[in-house]
Design a binder for this molecule. Sequence first.
Ligand SMILES: *Cc1c(COP(=O)(O)O)cnc(C)c1O
Length: 398
Amino acid sequence: MSLVSAAPHGLMAEPHAGGRFGEFGGCFVPESLVAACAEVEQAFRDAWSDATFHHRLERLRAVHAGRPTALTPAVNLSAELGVTVLLKREDLAHTGSHKINNVLGQALLAHRMGRRRLLAETGAGQHGVAAATAAALFGLDATVFMGERDMERQELNVFRMKMLGAEVVPVRSGSRTLKDACNEAMRHWVTAVDDSYYCVGSVMGPHPYPWMVREFQRVIGEEARAQCAAELPTAVPTHVVACVGGGSNAAGTFAGFVDTNARLIGVEAAGGAAMSDGAVGIVHGYRTLVLQDEHGQVAEAHSMAAGLDYPGVGPELAHLGGIRRARYVTVADDEVVPALRRLARAEGILCALESAHAIAWVLRAAGTAELPTGSTVLVTLSGRGDKDMPALMTADAR
Ligand SMILES: *Cc1c(COP(=O)(O)O)cnc(C)c1O
């Protein structure tokens, strides 16, 4: 792996001064956090130019997270659709999704900075579980902020975090969901900057987080690029598809292909489509496209996939959309379960509801001008479906 990626300020390289991706990004935090963000940035720069840090991270990815994850040709689905579908299997990573890639990097950084505690926000609990996992591995304490409503809906993940030794703090403000948990985690960070490290769960938040988290997720795209080269006569697929919540699995995937001719397609949940329905605003410390009500207040997102239930979108993805290097599409709830079922029956892979959004777009677009017959499409399966089975059982029973 190269220590310095691409040209500075090239696409998906280093952001411009202050963490800007075009008009998006930046660091809009209370004065008390400006120094804390700067400290994280400096620590990340030092770590990212240190071969020892890279070696440690690579070893952890291999021996703890199970990387590299497979690239699986979806042979049956490909035959049915008339397009070649390749699946990047983040569902096979430890803890069941790509989130482990990010938390291993950030926990290693927190450890290097001498911090004793990880703070994290979580919606459905997937990032909370990953953060608790990494904290346990590094001997750090973990405090996870979670909306009270989400805690009721995601009991199993709350229990997982507790089993791993994390403290889960219920957030009772606002809609008692993810956006409120983000606010509360940042509020708490202000009071605990000296001994705590804020471990953000996606390519969001103030600079340097969107950049840093993309770099920790870049491994998805780099592995997939090499695996596609071995699998495809053309080496590079014609289309690269990933679901978008905050945008970390998409950003990590796109980073491996942004310098090719592949079309980059991000799939949002129709009820959480910041790229389609959002307006420019500042949320959780950065400027981006965000769902807002008529008063400009951050609106709540609604998706059956909890991981896509975020009203904003990572600033770099917003920028890639603005310059038309990436395109964003939406998938409604009612397309998701049929897509999940079709993939399961065609390939024997039960993916997460979030990932099923990406599959649903491929099913809808195959054979049309958007994804013509004969295309080669890489789809990142961001996670496995086990976490979603209880909800589907209830839905089926109804
Ligand atoms: C959290 C999550 C997502 C959404 O997060 P991104 O940052 O957009 O990748 C997607 N899929 C799964 C399985 C998740 O757990």
